[in-house]
Every structure is written in C-alpha cells, then in structure tokens.
Write a new protein. Structure first.
Length: 503
C-alpha cells in the first residue's frame, strides 16, 4: 500500500481477519473498491480464503507495537475487531493494553479513522455491575475514542448470522430442547441485528466525516426477549412449538455450563454471552442511519435474518464461524518436525495401510474426517474424550466442521484445528482440547506405482511436565484401538468409495 489514491478506494487495515466478523468484512471491503491489509498472528490461516490473493497480510499481534506500526503504514481506516474473549483474570488488562497501543500507533501513522465493533451496553447500569465482557468492550471503545484519531464505535447486541456464536447458541437450544428449563435472562429484552447489517454499517463507517468521533448503537427493527427469539426461531425453522419455563436459580456460571452441554458453544465462550444477557440491551439512538442509510428492506427483521442464516447452513455456505477465531489459551508452538527434536520429549504413534484405491479417493476420505463423518474408529472413545474435554472447559467435539467436504487452513474441526493442508496429500491437525502438552495428528495420501495408494498417519505429543508424560503412557494402551482402527477404517472407506465409483 502507499498514499497514491490513483488506484481508487481507501486503504483499510483489518485486525481479527481470522475471526467471524473480520473474515466476512474483508470481502465486503474489497467489493466496495477498497484495498485491504490484514494483521494476523498466523497468516497461514488466511491462505485458503477465496479473497486471500487480493489482500496484503502482515504477521503480528495487536499487543506488539512494532508489528502494529508496520501494519498501520499508509493506512486510511483501521478496523479493530479483536477481543481477549476469556474468563482469565488478565483478559481485561490485555484488552486495555492492546487498545491503547492500537490508538497510539494509528495516530502516529496518520490513520484517518478507527472503526471498532463493540457490545451494546445497557443504559443506566453502573460500570461495576456490567459483565466483565461488556465492561471491557466499553472500556476499549472509550480508549479508542480518546486516541486522537476520529473513531466510530459500533455497539451491537446479539448478532444473527450463519455461524455466529449467538446464532448457534439460539439454534441448538431451540432445536435440541422441545421443553426447556431456562435461566431468568430469557425474559430480558434484546435488540438483535443481522450480520448483513453489521457488515454494511462497518463498511459504510469507513466514509464517515472526519469530525465524527462517537459511539453508535446498531440493531434490527425488532425488540424481543430471548424467549421470544427461541419461539420465533422454532416457527421459522418449522419446528413444533417449544415449552419454555424460566427459573431464577441458574447463575451465569451454571447457565454457561448448561449452554455448553446442549450446544457446540463451549462454556468458556458461553459465559460472556450469557452474562451479557442479564441486562436489557436495546438501541437508544439510530443516528448511524443518517450517515450510512440502508437500502430498502434494511435493517433486516429477526425472522428474515434467521431465514437467511438457516438457508446458508442448509446449503453449506457458511463462510466463517464463531470457531474461526483461535480458542483463548490454545497452543501456538511450532510443530516439532524432527524425530530427534531438541526441544524436549516427543512421543509419536505411526500407522500405515495399503489402500486399494487411487490417492484422490483416499484424499476425499481424509479431507472428510470429523463432524458428522466421525473419526473412523471407536466412536465411543472419541465421544467420551469430547465430553471429558467439555467438562473441564474445553471445546469438545461439537464444533464440527465449517464445510462438510472441504477444509482450509485455520478451520476448526471438532477439537482440532487445521494447521496445514496440502490438497491431495497432507492434512495436519493441531489439538485444541485441554491437554498437559501439545498434540498433532497428520494424515497423508500417497500414490504408488500400481495406481493404488498408501495411507500414512502420525500422532505426535509434546508433554508438559510429569503430568504430560503420565498422560501419554496412560492412554498409549488404547492407541492400537483408536489410531490403529482409524488407519484401517480410512483405508477401507477409500477402497469402498473407489469400488462404488466404477460400478
């Protein structure tokens, strides 16, 4: 990027491009004629997005001044779409420090505008009574507004869109529980907003006048209780009427575990979402409409937003999901690639199998693992491991897949994340379950001279401390069943596919 405007459009920096909103905002900015640079801790996660070739990516983190300064160079508009979403004691300080650094570097670089997507705070509620999640988002907004760079803080409540955490929570609670014993927050009034309108307003905010430095409440036309939202979701989805009974005894902590058990959203993410529903969150002004007027039919109503989201889910056209963003505390160490790795102990489990099928058929099975297709061995063991992970606050198996057939780098896949994919050859997964160490699973499809193929599988584990060593040796007796069965069954599945294709 440079300050030559001859190419047209604004120069936009997007942080959080690997996340749910950021991953959808980038193509919208490109479609509007802007040029886009992304700041990402792991640029490889953006590599397989359809728009990747049209953007510039800078490796870095919003808490690192040098990388933020490099990312801000020659930028007109900087989008701040990151949050230290977690329940750890230090997440508010991390948010605070990152926002200050972002504002300072934006001012130093001569950035013309900052755009921030925050949470809609309840009116009249003292700051100390807000949930930590909402309190931190509000503070980040104040810091950016005081940065000396004109800032637009868009504040949204529940975002309705395919793959959003709020939508997935609503969807699974309603679909899986025809009779629900619910927390009292189901009676709280909320003003949901369609993700299409959030993106429209984010793009439009890039062109706000230079003297605009303020917050804007954004929401759809409907004000509903969560109970209303579940009932209307059921009606749009064609489900029988739901019976909902609210009780006052479910605390935010218990609510989050209840949500974690019923939905794919883990308790660690469900807690800030449910805590934010304790207070009424509705828009108290609609001033953004004066600056970014909507086209006919916008903002979308709740029923239309649900209908569009469900259509994308059913057509497998979910471009980003809540799980696109990295899990707080997830491992980020590099993969030890040498069996004699000098970084410490490294346990491995190798499996191979001859496959009576060409490599491309084997690859289709490999790329289809997880989600509804399962893991091709001892389903009870995988299910039990997923439940144990959720009980200790992990993501479990319920994240599933973004796409039923295709994977891309950075995708979440049950309790794994796609760390590397070489289409037709290699799939490497990094474990995001709670473990006393780091773990990877690699699967290879390799052709042979006879037109058939060979399947190779490697599980790696780098233990942390004595507990990590004990964990490996404790589960190693089950490897023959789990990993051995997986290799055999993947080979058989590929052979069956090949046989079926020639009939």
């Amino acid at each position: 990027m440079n300050h030559d405007d001859s190419a047209g459009g604004l120069r936009c920096l997007v942080t959080g491009a690997t996340g749910y909103i950021g991953g959808r905002l980038v193509p919208e900015l490109l479609a509007a004629g802007h040029r886009v640079r992304c700041l990402a801790r792991s640029p490889g996660k953006l590599r397989d997005h359809p728009w990747a070739g049209a953007t510039e990516v800078v490796r870095g983190d919003v808490t690192d001044a040098a990388s933020v300064a490099e990312a801000m160079r020659d930028v007109d508009v900087a989008y701040y779409l990151v949050h230290a979403l977690g329940s750890g004691s230090g997440f508010e300080e991390t948010d605070r420090r990152a926002a200050r650094l972002f504002g300072e570097q934006a001012k130093a670089a001569g950035v013309r505008r900052i755009v921030y997507l925050g949470g809609l705070a309840p009116a009249g509620v003292p700051v100390d009574r807000l949930s930590p999640h909402l309190r931190s988002r509000a503070e980040v907004g104040r810091i950016l507004l005081a940065s000396g760079v004109p800032t637009a803080v868009l504040r949204a409540a529940v975002i309705i869109g395919s793959g959003s955490a709020s939508f997935e929570m609503l969807r699974y609670l309603t679909e899986r529980l025809p009779v629900m014993i619910t927390p009292s927050w189901v009676h709280t009034r909320i003003q949901p907003v369609a993700v299409r309108d959030v993106l429209r307003l984010l793009v439009g905010s890039a062109g706000l006048p230079d003297d605009v430095n303020r917050t804007f409440d954004i929401g759809g036309p409907d004000i509903l209780t969560y109970r209303d939202m579940m009932k209307r979701y059921a009606r749009v989805a064609g489900l029988p009427r739901r019976l909902i009974v609210a009780v006052p005894v479910l605390t935010p902590g218990l609510s989050s575990h209840w949500v974690g058990l019923v939905t794919p959203v883990p308790a660690s993410l469900a807690r800030p979402l449910t805590e934010s529903l304790r207070h009424e969150v509705i828009c108290h002004e609609h001033d953004i409409d004066r600056y970014v007027p909507g086209p006919p039919g916008h903002p979308l109503g709740f029923d239309d937003a649900v209908r569009l989201a469900l259509r994308r889910v059913r057509e497998a056209r979910v471009t980003t999901r809540w799980s696109s963003a990295a899990v707080p505390g997830a491992p980020s160490d590099p993969l030890p690639t040498d069996p004699d790795w000098a970084g410490g102990s490294l346990y491995t489990d190798h499996r191979e199998a001859a496959v009576d099928a060409p490599a491309h058929e084997l690859w289709r099975v490999i790329e289809g693992v997880g989600g509804e297709n399962g893991w091709y061995s001892f389903p009870l063991a995988w299910s039990l491991r997923g439940w144990l992970d959720r009980l200790v606050g992990g993501v479990g198996l319920r994240r599933g897949r973004r796409d039923a057939q295709r994977l891309r780098a950075g995708d979440s896949l049950d309790f794994w994340r796609v760390e590397e994919i070489e289409p037709g050859h290699l799939l490497r997964l990094r474990a995001e379950m709670r473990l006393p160490g780091l773990a990877w699973l690699e699967m290879y499809a390799e052709p042979d001279d006879s037109g058939r193929s060979r399947y190779r599988q490697r599980a790696l584990f780098h233990p942390h401390g004595l507990l990590g060593h004990a964990y490996w040796w404790g589960v190693s007796p089950f490897h023959a069943v789990v990993f051995g069965g997986m290799a055999r069954n993947i080979a058989r599945a590929a052979a069956r596919r090949a046989a079926a294709s020639v009939r």
